[in-house]
Write a protein that binds this ligand. Structure first.
Ligand SMILES: [Zn+2]
Length: 235
């Protein structure tokens, strides 16, 4: 919670504003229990396979498959269970997945495509793709879909059937945090392609977080098409 800060900064006429995000811890769900079960089953199969193949006096050929299946289930369950329990943050700065002390953050403007597949919500960015287990993070996923549809409609590619039964996001969902402005120095101005050297030269789209040099702010955001101009925020 290093980036949580006193929200009551003195109000200037500036176009800064309070940035918020909702933090959701992973829920102990049927899915994560299944993951544990599958993991245990995998371990058992692995053990049985090893026993049949290498310890039992007359090795059976199917034992190799038991080992493979067991290992596969075990690895799958570990990955699946892990993803399901990581806390997720959703808000003005985009989406962040907490991996231990690291925040893996992706801004709305950096999302190329958001889609659901096999029980996970995939966040495809310019450089990498992350996935969130829908069953373990129903509220976070619901908020991502709601905010994403409002902020970056073009990137949203989620079929209704994949997300049935999700809760309706509420203002007091999860743990509401006040967060600092995102790191903008070093980012590229979306209009000019120039690197933003200093924070004070940057302006941000309030809807998707896209970064512009202050002299190059377009009338409409080039990423999400929101009206920009005077509405652009200081970092
Ligand atoms: Zn924008």
């Amino acid at each position: 919670m290093a980036e949580v800060q006193g929200s009551k900064k003195k109000k200037k006429k500036s176009s800064k504003r309070t940035r918020k995000e909702h933090r959701y811890t992973g829920e102990q769900t049927y899915a994560s229990k299944v993951a544990v079960g599958v993991g245990m089953l995998g371990a058992a199969l692995l053990g049985a396979g090893v026993y049949e193949r290498w310890i039992f006096e007359q090795p059976k050929s199917f034992a190799v498959y038991l080992v493979a299946l067991g290992a596969f289930a075990l690895v799958g369950a570990v990955a699946f269970g892990d993803l399901g329990t990581l806390p997720v943050r959703v808000g003005d700065l985009g989406i962040a997945i907490e991996r231990g002390n690291e925040l893996e953050r992706i801004g709305w403007c950096d999302l190329k495509r958001v889609y659901a597949e096999k029980g996970k919500l995939f966040l495809e960015g310019k450089e990498s793709t992350s996935a969130i287990n829908i069953a373990a993070q129903p509220k976070a996923v619901a908020r991502i879909l709601a905010e994403g549809t409002r902020r970056i409609p073009e990137a949203m590619d989620v079929k209704r059937a994949a997300i049935e039964g999700l809760p309706t996001p509420r203002d007091d969902d999860g743990e509401v945090l006040t967060v600092d402005a995102p790191q903008v120095a070093g980012r590229t101005c979306a209009a000019s392609g120039k690197t933003v050297a200093f924070e004070r030269d940057a302006r941000l789209c309030p809807q998707c977080g896209e970064v512009y040099l202050k002299d190059r702010v377009p009338k409409k955001c080039l990423t999400c098409a929101a009206d920009l101009g005077e509405r652009a925020l200081e970092a």
